[in-house]
Design a binder for this molecule. Sequence first.
Ligand code: FE2
Length: 248
Amino acid sequence: MLIIPSCMTSAYQSTGLIGSHHSQSASLPVWRRGTYKNNHSDETLETALSNQMGGFLYRTSVFDKDELNTITSELSACAKRLVPETASSIAHHRMGTALPKTSPTVQILRDGSLSRLVKRVVGRDYKLCEELPIEVRTYEKVGASMAWHVDDVLYDSPQVEVIWTLENTSNCRTMWKQDGNVRAVETDPNAVVLLRAGGPLHCVTSLKWGRRVILKCAYASKEATFSKGLHTNQFDLQLPKKKRRRKR
Ligand SMILES: [Fe+2]
């Protein structure tokens, strides 16, 4: 069982960021689905990614209705293309696929609401990482999870990793460590997690029920240089297994 100091629990409660305790781990602080108040100013967000939240930022209501309709319809059509993720030391039992660069969803990631949020929070010169695949990842097999890890730094100014949730009816929790304490959130549909590569230790707990569908991508400064050879596409079955490596 994970315990946090009572003063921290009080801080979460006072800002409305903590919901009722989960029956299986009564003392674990969790932002339950639908309980997070999206009331941070952009000034707060500016500092949140670097320090206040241990390099981990959670924001709800990311895309507008039109963007959401486009993404939902494209990702629903992707269901037939999902393949099991290749062997990985940290991810288990996930399915997924990469979106083509011409995809309407990728276009929205380039210049839509999420891109504008990243520019406000991280820096105006940040853009979608075209060198990395834009992936749909699904957690629906029992045991689907991601072990504790730190995301690989793939750019010489570390990229910001993005996990946006399309659907979540699962028990999965995204957890991260901040100042020696464990935090957790059950990600809402249309909510995003931003975290700096090389930054906070994080994981996704094992699925027991339901389904969780996310989009994974990254943004980096226009000035940043991509480190070739460190990243491979985990859903590309053509790649030799021994070259595969993934901590994102
Ligand atoms: Fe990660």
